[in-house]
Every structure is written in C-alpha cells, then in structure tokens.
Design a protein around this ligand. Structure first.
Ligand code: FE2
Length: 117
C-alpha cells in the first residue's frame, strides 16, 4: 500500500493495535445546538498512545466538518498526539480527522454529529 492512500480500520469489529494507534479517536457530543461552541477531543489513538519520538511521530492532525477544513494542529516528537478544539457547526455532519504519521502515512477517523436548531 502506498503511503499517500488514506487508511482506516479495515474491520471495525476487529481492530488491530497498529490501526488503534493511528486512526484518530474523536470524542464529542453526539448532539449539539446550531451555532453553539462545543469541544472536540482528538487522540492518536484509541486506548493506546502512538509513539512520539524523533524517528516516529504524528506530524499533524486536520479536522474537517464533512469536506470543510476547520483546523490543523501540528505536533513534534516532544508533544502528545492529542488536541482539544472548540468549534461550532451550522448543520449535521461527519467530523473527519486526518493525521499523518511520518512512517505510516495518513489515517482517517470519523464521528457523526447531529446539529439541532
Ligand atoms: Fe506510526
């Protein structure tokens, strides 16, 4: 597999440790009010930390609401691969986080969110 292909869980019912370390783990309310700020937490990864050392680390994570880019957070080998962002939404969407591991390429994690009037 080429590194420029976006990867995610090949089988969500049977996640490998390699996948769990890389797929961005998004936590947010399942329902929010239109236009009201709320917090989104993104971690690499789910229940297991990705290494953060000079030879192997997460370089950044980008957060999208569907296809609309919201924010990028950059990391270094000295930081933790996690971020808490404050955002607001106008309509229901899928939050999509893309991270880049310097050795293992791009990975996508998603979280569906309902926006109420
Ligand atoms: Fe990695």
């Amino acid at each position: 597999m080429a590194l420029y292909e976006v990867q995610t869980f090949s089988d969500p019912e049977n996640k490998t440790v390699h996948e769990q370390k890389h797929v961005p783990f998004i936590q947010a309310p399942e329902k929010v009010k239109k236009g009201e700020y709320f917090q989104v937490s993104i971690k690499m990864g789910e229940g297991i930390d990705h290494p953060m050392e000079p030879g192997h680390f997460i370089q950044y994570v980008d957060l999208y609401a569907d296809y609309y880019h919201l924010e990028r957070v950059n990391f270094t080998p000295e930081t933790k691969a996690e971020a808490v962002l404050t955002i607001k939404l106008e309509k229901s969407c899928t939050l999509r986080a893309f991270e880049l591991c310097n050795l293992h390429g791009q990975w996508e994690g998603t979280f569906d969110i309902i926006v109420e009037e």
